[in-house]
Ligand binder design. Sequence first.
Ligand SMILES: Cc1cc2nc3c(=O)[nH]c(=O)nc-3n(C[C@H](O)[C@H](O)[C@H](O)COP(=O)(O)OP(=O)(O)OC[C@H]3O[C@@H](n4cnc5c(N)ncnc54)[C@H](O)[C@@H]3O)c2cc1C
Length: 339
Amino acid sequence: MDRSAPKIAILGAGVVGLTVADILQNHLNKANITIIADRFKEDTTSSVAAGIFRPGTSFRGATREITQKWVDDSWLYWQDILKSAESSNAGVMALSSYIFSKENYHVTRNPLIENLVPIYRPVEDEELKICGSDWKYGSYFSTVKTGCDRYLPWVEKRFIAKGGKIVNRKIDSFTDTSLRQYDLVFNCTGLGAKYLCNDYDLVPLRGQIIKVKAPWLKTAFYGDYDTYIIPGLDGVATLGGVRQYDSYSLEVCKHDAAAIWERCCQLLPALRKAEIVAHKVGLRPHRVPVRVEPELIGGLKVVHCYGHGGYGVMCAPGTALHAVKIGQDILKSNVRNKL
Ligand SMILES: Cc1cc2nc3c(=O)[nH]c(=O)nc-3n(C[C@H](O)[C@H](O)[C@H](O)COP(=O)(O)OP(=O)(O)OC[C@H]3O[C@@H](n4cnc5c(N)ncnc54)[C@H](O)[C@@H]3O)c2cc1C
């Protein structure tokens, strides 16, 4: 261990905490970095997500420019992995998708990615008939998807191989004495930040999904009422969904499951024969705007990076890069203050 290197703690081992750790290791020549969390891998919200790169309109940072930069930087991070020999191990895959609506033309558009992804175009009249019923509007686009079942273990292994440490522990407050040893703390606790920061703007947006075996499915589909069907690397597709504001239940609701199943099978009838392998529930950490900013808490230097709502997988890298930049500026000013 290099004792002259700054000591940094990252609270949280979901997609945001682990991606901050990864980017931090790439940006600092030397640092002693420890991830502290009470839940890992399949026990995190991140592991529930389908992980598709398609931001919703509610996703935003402090300004429109910041939001776009987060999206653009995230795209580059996932493209780097996608175009490497590690893509499959890391759970990153290329994907194309249809989005249809009977109600609203605007939901089929996406200004944050229309000029970023290789293809984003309105559908032809013939394509409106691909999924039966009378769709009025539609777009087709190419994107990427990151399955956290593979990405979290992969990036954690990479972090440890580069000298990172992991501690399994719950932190109840920033005044916890064990945090005093750190020069800098990144707060990537997702919904946990609600209690750590007394943040009333952070609200759970409950989601529920069904995992089905559908190795034949190669394209994602979106319909009205938050209906989506997203293929996965291992032949298991994710069917969703619901967005229940301020709802904390982690129990699988049979009524939600029935509604998701019916909506998805109407969108793609071939799914009726697919074997169901799991039902899952997760609480999206919804906050507008997503919080990426520094705070001095009783002498402790903290950089917050939480509140990514339904878009934390796709946008973890961009927000992480922003948080790391803030952290580096703090570390530089620490050094200046010591001179
Ligand atoms: C059904 C569903 C579908 C989704 N689909 C997508 C999608 O397609 N694309 C997309 O981009 N996003 C999607 N999301 C959103 C995505 O899952 C979240 O935005 C993302 O997982 C948030 O990551 P996180 O690291 O902030 O939080 P988490 O994964 O919840 O991780 C938080 C970490 O902080 C730790 N922690 C919390 N409090 C403390 C504490 N006090 N002390 C110590 N450790 C603590 C936890 O143990 C955990 O390790 C979906 C979410 C759901 C529920």
